[in-house]
Design a protein around this ligand. Sequence first.
Ligand code: MN
Length: 203
Amino acid sequence: MNKNYPFELQDLKFNYDELMPCISCNTLKFHHDKHFLGYINNLNGALEEYKELHNLSLVEILSDLDNIPESIRTSVINNGGGVFNHSFYFESLCAPNSKTIPEVLKNKIEERFSSVEHFKEEFKKIAMAQFGSGWAWLVKNSEGDLKIISTSNQNTPLKDGYIPLLTIDVWEHAYYLDYQNLRAKYIDEYFKIIDWDVIASRL
Ligand code: MN
């Protein structure tokens, strides 16, 4: 995502058909070009009159919500969160099975979750348990420890001081065209399209 206001839709780093069969062209097109763009337009609309916020990065805005005027705070939480979360999600993806987990991240995951397989099970459990729309995250806390959390709607882990590493969008618009009600199947397929180099670079 570009640095600050006005936020702009960036091209995906892969072609629309590159995540197949895990995520279809149709899902990606609607998700990126329509849903994501909608959040960007709404966020820019909310910030337009507030020039004092125009120099702030999205991370700065979302990390200090008390600094946002009350009249636009809810809109910034929903739409700014939508922009951050989608940008983070799309940047985390790549062609199926094209990346292995860098050693430094693998060691950290094994240290905390005993194995990558067990990490995936725990992550899936949290993603499945998110009732309604939201996100599951692998984050790092201020002590440097890994943790799996979920956020509802477009809330981000930033306001709680976490450093996000990995996320999955479990809003139905992220998977309904491909998997209908089968969120578990979507999560299993999602594990094949994670760009582990990007995740490790966020450590
Ligand atoms: Mn989404």
